[in-house]
Every structure is written in structure tokens, then in C-alpha cells.
Design a protein around this ligand. Structure first.
Ligand code: UDP
Length: 413
């Protein structure tokens, strides 16, 4: 393999620079930003490709040796579900950029199944290894949250990527098991590269000071939710739990678009449950300011019906705040029940209210779980995640190129 290593990172349906917490942008955007930052700091030349999504899509340097490149394909406002007809155009755009900027890459690292399908094509063009991160898998999500059925095209696309990629990223052992059981992935090709947390940024802070800076009352108890305000996140369960608790407790909901449709429906649920006065819809907060919100809170709540990982739980723990989370997916690998927080049955407002009431009623318990939380995540470093991916990529490039077994058929649009 060449030195320095040159890799192409595909984040085609969402720009890594989009603000997490709004629209499709969330944990995956943070994962991409952090891993490419570390890779570039280690001397790897990284080009991150995303689809052009507006007028001001200039290519930018994300850091020394790390560029963000926009590829034109389809009208800028094309929804991710309508991108399939544009995948070949995207692949061609990446090929053309490569031709005029140094030629073939040593590896392709794709995120989400749509990018995975493009990654499979580029792997053939450049005869280099393809590492695919599918992130939340449609079949696992649909099993946990049947209200949203798994779109057949997505499942078909995920299966193709699982079959074609040289390596598959899994966030946790649970994720690996889903890849094997539901997608018949070859276990030897799976790399567990869990999300991490920047403990320089996410660290304990004085609660009263954080509240003052945010203009919040210094007294009183605040629960905190952080994330996209989509139904899968179970904010409705949190609101119902709130209606079963002491009415003096309030909840800050960070994420989503202020005044948008998702907020409107949360407001309706809060009014119906009689907790509207206790709930503040903050909207999305830039990632770098989030530590103030974690710091201002007493407990962080992750009431999701499903999470392949749950980076918010990790960030809250790093900030010394206990987490009450649903016992689902990757959250089980982050929250240690009774040690740094509590795990409750997903969808059970009663269990959630009970765990929260216990914690809010016991300052010593909150403090001891909070301190244990800081310790429990200290080792979860982005450097480790990036190194895990790079070292497996390096091993794979040494092996003979495994040809695609059959022509790549893209799911019909
Ligand atoms: N996030 C943010 N600002 C917001 C809401 C969320 O920066 O207003 C970030 C949050 O800090 C976390 C990510 O978005 O890093 C959400 O990741 P998670 O794994 O919890 O959920 P996902 O979006 O992957 O479902």
C-alpha cells in the first residue's frame, strides 16, 4: 500500500457538515467528522464526497489532508429515498474527481447503504478494498419499531452491500449479530468500530454555571433529551412519563427544527398530556455548545424504541450526568444498569417515570452514577475507532482482490 494512504469516504446522502439534530443529520454525521479528522491527523489523505445540496457547495478543506468534495447529481433538494437513479452519476462524479486529483484511491469507506452501493462500484473501478458502514440496519429498526416498516429497497440495498463489501463496520456486538443473523454477513469481514466521545469537549461542568449561561432557572430539576425529534426516538414516552411525575420537573428537548412539523406534533402530545408548561423545545444546538446542555441537566433520557448505538448517552455520561435509556440495541453497551444509569423497557412510560423519580429523589445516587459514567466512557476515544478501521483496511489491501461474485444490480427505484 502507498504511503501516505489515500482514501475516499462516501457520505453521499447527507453532508458531514450538516448540523446534527435536524432532518437526516445525526450520529452518523458526527461519526464521519470525527473519524476523518483523526485519520487526517495521522497523515492519511482523506477526500470526503457528498452530493451537492445547494448553491454554496464549494469544496472545503476540513483539515490538513482532508477535503470535502461536492458531486453534482440530481436536483439539490432530492430526498434520500429518491437518490437511487442518481447513484451511477454519483459514482461517475467521484471517478472524475479522482482522475484529475491523483488517480485511484487505496480504499473506499462508505457510510449508509446508498453510499455503500456507490462504494461497491468504485471498488471495482479502483480494485481497492471497500469498507462499508451501514449504521442503523433497517431490519433491526423495523423489528423494534414496527410502526415504521423496513422499506424493501433499503433492505435489498443493505443486503447487496453486505455481500459485496470487503469489510463491514458494526457499532457493537449487537450490531454484528444483526448483520450475521438478518443479513447473512460473513463474520470474518465484520469490524466492530464503535462510536466514541471527545472527552476534551464533553466533560463535567458546574450545573449552576451552565444554567446561568443558558438563561435557565438555577433551581429546579431538568431532564434532558438530545437528538433528532423523530418518532423512533420515543419523545412521546418521555412526555407521558413526565405526566406521571412531580409536576415541578421539567424537560428540555434539544434537536429538531424550531417551529417545524415534528415540534408541532410534540407540542400537541404535551398539551394532551397536560405537561406543555414543563417542556421546552429548544431546537437543534450546534454540537460544540451541547456540553452546556448536558451540564445544565440533572439526568439525560434516551427513550428510543431503537438505537444502533446512542452517542447521546455516551456524551451525557462523559459530562457526568446519569442516563436513563431504553434497553435496546447498542444502548445496552453504553448504559450499565445501576452503575452509570438505568435501563428501562422501551415504550414503558411507567418504568421510565419510576426510574427518573428514583434518580431525581436521590442526589447522592445521581452524583455517584454520574462519576461512574465519566469513568465508564474514558476509554472510548475516536483515535481508537479510526485506528481499528485503518488497521483492518491495511490488512485487507494486502489480500488478493476478491471479485464481485455477480453483477451489481441496484434495487429498482
Ligand atoms: N446532536 C447535536 N445537536 C443537536 C442534536 C443532536 O449535535 O441538536 C448530535 C448529538 O450530540 C449526537 C448526535 O447528534 O452526537 C446524535 O447521535 P445518536 O447516536 O444519539 O443518534 P442518531 O442521530 O445516530 O440516531
Amino acid at each position: 500500500m502507498r504511503t501516505p494512504l489515500r482514501i475516499a469516504v462516501l457520505s453521499l446522502h447527507t453532508c458531514p457538515l450538516s448540523r446534527p439534530g435536524v432532518g437526516d443529520a445525526g450520529g452518523m454525521n458526527v461519526y464521519i467528522r470525527e473519524t476523518v479528522r483523526v485519520m487526517a491527523s495521522q497523515g492519511v489523505l482523506v477526500d470526503v464526497f457528498t452530493r451537492s445540496h445547494g448553491d454554496a457547495d464549494e469544496d472545503v478543506w476540513l483539515g490538513a489532508g482532508c477535503r470535502l468534495v461536492h458531486v453534482d447529481a440530481g436536483p439539490p433538494d432530492t430526498a434520500k429515498d429518491d437518490l437511487i437513479p442518481w447513484l451511477e452519476t454519483l459514482a461517475q462524479g467521484v471517478r472524475e474527481f479522482a482522475q484529475s486529483h491523483g488517480g485511484a484511491y487505496d480504499g473506499v469507506l462508505s457510510h449508509y447503504w446508498l453510499s455503500g452501493l456507490v462504494g461497491a462500484r468504485l471498488r471495482e473501478t479502483w480494485r481497492c478494498p471497500h469498507v462499508a458502514g451501514l449504521h442503523t440496519l433497517a431490519l433491526a429498526k423495523a423489528r423494534a419499531f414496527p410502526l415504521e416498516a423496513a422499506p424493501p429497497r433499503r433492505v435489498e440495498g443493505e443486503r447487496l452491500v453486505v455481500r459485496e463489501a470487503d469489510l463491514l463496520l458494526a457499532a457493537t456486538e449487537h450490531d454484528r449479530d444483526v448483520l450475521i443473523a438478518d443479513y447473512q454477513a460473513d463474520a470474518s469481514r465484520i469490524v466492530i468500530a464503535p462510536p466514541a466521545v471527545d472527552t476534551g469537549r464533553f466533560a463535567p461542568r458546574d450545573r449552576a454555571d451552565c444554567r446561568r449561561r443558558l438563561g435557565l432557572p438555577v433551581s429546579g430539576q431538568h431532564l434532558l433529551f438530545v437528538g433528532r425529534t423523530i418518532p423512533l426516538k420515543g419523545i412521546d414516552v418521555l412526555l407521558e412519563a413526565l405526566s406521571l411525575m412531580d409536576p415541578a420537573v421539567s424537560a428540555l428537548i434539544v434537536g429538531g427544527e424550531l417551529g417545524g412539523r415534528e415540534h408541532e406534533s410534540l407540542r400537541t402530545v404535551a398539551r394532551r398530556l397536560g405537561v406543555a408548561e414543563q417542556v421546552t423545545l429548544v431546537g437543534s444546538v450546534p454540537h460544540e455548545y451541547l456540553p452546556l446542555y448536558y451540564g445544565a441537566s440533572d439526568v439525560c433520557v434516551v427513550p428510543s424504541y431503537y438505537e444502533s448505538y446512542g452517542m447521546v448517552a455516551l456524551e451525557a455520561l462523559a459530562c457526568g450526568r446519569p442516563v436513563v435509556a431504553s434497553k435496546v440495541g447498542g444502548l445496552v453497551a453504553v448504559v450499565d444498569d445501576g452503575v452509570n444509569g438505568f435501563l428501562v423497557t422501551a415504550g414503558s412510560a411507567e418504568e421510565l417515570a419510576k426510574a427518573l423519580t428514583t434518580l431525581l429523589g436521590d442526589r447522592d445516587l445521581r452524583d455517584s452514577l454520574g462519576s461512574a459514567g465519566v469513568e465508564s466512557v474514558r476509554h472510548r476515544r475516536w483515535e481508537q475507532t479510526a485506528e481499528t478501521i485503518l488497521s483492518r483496511l491495511a490488512d485487507t489491501s494486502g489480500a488478493a482482490h476478491r471479485p464481485i461474485e455477480e453483477p451489481l444490480a441496484v434495487p429498482r427505484s
